[in-house]
Design a protein around this ligand. Structure first.
Ligand code: NAD
Length: 292
């Protein structure tokens, strides 16, 4: 069992840290919100992010965005300098590729970018997917710990590759969800039932995760957010954030993404109309013309 520092105990970080405590690790935690630290019973609350990092073999961050990660790890009194020289720093936040690479280059420690998919339910159940960028030896050391919080741990390549995988995956998810919503709305206008479209497309070439696992209309997939008035799930505001990261990375790389850009525009509108707190599949209401 290892000494682990964990910083950022929000919707995702708290259940992830709880799973590390459950696995028997000695976990020191820190969050700017003191109440968040109480959400991880059995962990030791630290006085600062740097104090949580000190003496730890693995230092995890699960923070909102790139600026928070850069400041927490590299800023004055930062966690990287406070950590052991042989520590592995693992950032599980979803952030931009450029910041992940800059932190990897500047932290002076082994650094992995390891964003996740699976949401709060996956974090609680310990079934997250980790997509990991960084050196192979650091990956080999951290992978057993990641498997205590997740079911699938994928090495993606060098620094930033985990964030690149996350951005590409979620852009595909946004696009398949939007076109699936459009197909259901077209079916409604053509007198084709939701169930009939589902029965055909789920067995045909229109098949996707957005259809078969996360169907945006109620009925065909009883567990999907459509059956609970689009309570998230995966909030549209987070999808918008991830699309922004994908489009930002594309711009920096000189790649034109016409479908991705359109998806970003549609989710911007959905969030502006008040849909940000809804599941991202709730965009079907806007596609139908009945509002966010
Ligand atoms: P959250 O807002 O619930 O939690 C973030 C936590 O970080 C808060 O408790 C906040 O107080 C803390 N924090 C912020 N700055 C800090 C600092 N400098 N030091 C210490 N604590 C600090 O966010 P979340 O939903 O847990 O998401 C975290 C990351 O995971 C984000 O990058 C998000 O995009 C990503 N993510 C979220 C989901 C999801 O379904 N919620 C799914 C996959 C990935």
């Amino acid at each position: 069992m290892a000494r682990i520092g964990f910083v950022g105990l929000g919707n995702m970080g708290a259940p992830m840290a709880r799973n590390l405590v459950k696995a028997g690790h000695d976990v020191a935690v820190f969050d700017l919100a003191p109440a968040a630290m109480a959400a991880v019973p059995g962990a030791t609350p630290a006085a600062s992010a740097a104090a949580a990092a000190a003496d730890a073999a693995f230092v995890f961050t699960m923070l909102p965005a790139g600026t928070h990660v850069r400041d927490a790890l590299l800023g004055a009194g930062g966690m990287a300098a406070a950590s052991r020289p042989d520590a592995v720093l693992v950032d599980c936040s979803t952030i931009d590729v450029a910041t992940a690479r800059a932190v990897a280059a500047g932290c002076g420690r082994a650094f992995l970018d390891a964003p996740v998919s699976g949401g709060v339910m996956g974090a609680e159940a310990g079934t997250l997917t980790f997509m990991v960028g960084g050196p192979e030896d650091a990956f080999a050391r951290a992978a057993p710990v990641l498997r205590q919080m997740g079911r699938t741990v994928v090495p993606c390549g060098a620094a930033g590759a985990g964030q690149a995988a996350k951005a590409c995956n979620n852009m595909m998810l946004a696009a398949t969800m939007l076109v699936t919503c459009e197909a259901f709305v077209l079916a409604e206008k053509l007198g084709l039932s939701h169930q009939a479209l589902f029965d055909v497309a789920s067995k045909s070439s229109g098949q996707s995760w957005s259809l078969t696992t996360y169907c945006p209309v109620p009925g065909p997939v009883p567990g999907s957010p459509a059956n609970r008035d689009y309570a998230p799930g995966f909030a549209a505001s987070l999808m918008l954030k991830d699309l922004g990261l994908a489009l930002g990375a594309a711009q920096a790389a000189g790649v034109k993404l016409e479908v991705g850009a359109k998806a970003l525009e549609i989710y911007e509108r959905f969030v502006a109309e008040g849909g940000g707190g809804k599941d991202f599949s709730g965009v079907v209401g806007m596609v139908r013309g009945s509002g966010a």
